[in-house]
Design a protein. Sequence first.
Length: 338
Amino acid sequence: MAEPILQVENLSHQYQDGFSLQVEHFVLYPGRAYALTGPNGSGKSTLLHILGLLTAPHQGRFTFEGRPLSMSDGASVRHYRRQVTLVMQPAYLFRTSVFNNVAYGLRVRGLTDDLTQIRVSHALSKVGLTGYETRHAHRLSGGETQRVALARALVLEPKILLLDEPTANIDVDYVARIESFIAETRMERQMTMVVSTHQVDQAYRMADEVLSLRDGHMLKAGPANLFQGVIEASPEGPRVHIEGGFQLYTTASQRGLAHIRISPDDILVSKNLLSSSARNSLKGTISKASVEEDRIRLDLDAGIQLTIHITRQSFAGLNLTVGDDIYATFKASAVRVV
Ligand code: ADP
Ligand code: MG
């Protein structure tokens, strides 16, 4: 497993009205997409503003790319800000043309005019705003403003993209297009993303991992073993290519970009490679074992993170402990499109 790109510890922030955000531990792995869900007022925007350093938290330790981030060290804050881009909700644009808005960050980074032109045109076409270059940014509709702000952020190809309700003001006709623009750019550039949304279906479409906020607290993680990938045909049957170069056999009939999930109950655990008809086998190390009611939950680091449920009897019978290398085996039919 790669090192985290960002780790935040003991984060807390209070507003005068009494709201308090408390997140003990928040870890982002490179290239992964996280969705923050939760009702209005649960703290999604506050958390994103803090991650984007727009709001200085009252307390909290950041570790970015393995190095502690010191808020008083201008150079390290600047470095972080170049790699981490937030698109606010509502989006805010500079008082100039659409072109200048999208080009702004590229110019700051010293890109040539020719390259800037190409990248801006490409980004605007992706958000359906070709021909808007000379329009004044403050004379756009809410949805258009949102789309320009998204183009301005994505064109910078940040390592971490923070999106606050990116389709909140966008006409339904454009939502799918915007979601795929974000997905494509993310995949091409291996960007890490945190996207807030109050729509649970959108969270599952856009993210590998869904986190829930309630009253400023992070709830337990959402469904496990959810991956985004591309399904394609192969002589041995359909395969899905997911993060980390892994390929899993599936029986899904769909092709192309999809979210797949493997139920933690459909995974068999063994100490040696099983010879069975199950098509998928991954070797990994048990990173955590926890008791959940009548079963044991194993967290397996197999290059991808897998959650496995096994019975207490199997756990005892296999004599497993944290740190053991085991095989996780599951059928092609267990790899389901969600
Ligand atoms: P969400 O994005 O999930 O809707 P917010 O982070 O915007 O939640 O808000 C969380 C809580 O903090 C709400 O009760 C909101 O009224 C309050 N709040 C947000 N921003 C401020 C602010 N700048 N000053 C005071 N209170 C705020
Ligand atoms: Mg909000």
